[in-house]
Write a protein that binds this ligand. Sequence first.
Ligand code: V47
Length: 362
Amino acid sequence: MEELSLIIDKIRSATELDFDDGIHLMKSRNLSLIGALADNVRKKTVGDRVMFVTNCHINYSNICVSKCKFCAYFREKSQKGSFTLTIDKIMEKAEKAEKMGATELHIVGSLNPELQFEYYEKILSSLHDKYPELTLKAFTAVEIAYLSQISGMSVREILIRLKRAGLSGLPGGGGEIFNEGTRKKVCPGKISGEEWLFVMETAHMLGLKSNATMLYGHIETHADIVDHILRIRDLQKRTGGFQAFIPLSFHPDNTELQKTGLKFGPTGFDDLKIIAVSRLLLNGYINNIKAYWVMMGEKLAQIALHYGANDIDGTVMEERITHAAGGTSPDHMPKEKLIHLIKNAGRVPVERTTNYEVIREY
Ligand code: V47
């Protein structure tokens, strides 16, 4: 308790926490206290509602030149299991999702050198024409930067064209960990943290909202984690364009990092601490902290609702990235089950739109 007393005073007086406070929190083993502090901030900021979305993930391809060392999802074109979906196939998946009541399509894939910009534009325009009610949250900042690179258009032009084709906003993927040294070790083929933030800033300036993620539990340090969250906070102060922060719990199975000797991902203790520290560091700037049940597991994601999280993501319907890396959660979750998990945690389930408008309170 004493070790955190200065931080407790700051939280009580609504003073912004700084880098050193973040390190202090990360080093502390007093999870129950940190969790209680975060839970209290959560209650004051967003109350007892827990948000979820009826959504469907569509992965259009897994053929990728980035070859990140934490990723078990990508394949070479010649490898067994490689795939690229046709527009027709994507439409089929969207039809199924719409029939199941989805309000959001979460569309991400890979850096596939055989696909041209027009393919991405066509995905959006075809979906938007046929299903104008569906919100299209598509393509990470990394994919946007790649499209700029292969097409010669600026990031801004790419985003303007995709927005015109039906893009509503960007998912938060590809953030990984911003620190240059660590990033070079885990994803040397990917854009830098600065570039990721630049794409997000450009999107926000164009009125496209986005999420932000952080991949943790691999080789990063406490300083990397705090630095990552604070850089997101800094951008949020300028744009206000991030809707949610989503810490992603690393799954090592079938990854290059596992082959280099990294046997284990984060523990449950780490998962809950990161949720709580995220809530405390982002307090006043990003109101929605998401416990992504696919990566955390449904039971821990439920507990995370008492450690600062107020969002549990959605029905998902078809998940490939975590499952390729040994994830054991189901790849979809019926709405009724999400409602049950939230109610059982003593919270009020609220189905939301992608942009956090209330659809229905249960
Ligand atoms: O960018 C890849 C991560 C992300 C592994 O914005 C891994 O609403 C753990 O960003 N173990 C994609 N994580 C998922 C993502 C996401 C998910 C749900 C909601 C939203 C949103 C975004 O998954 C990648 C990468 O950071 N990832 N491999 C792995 N082995």
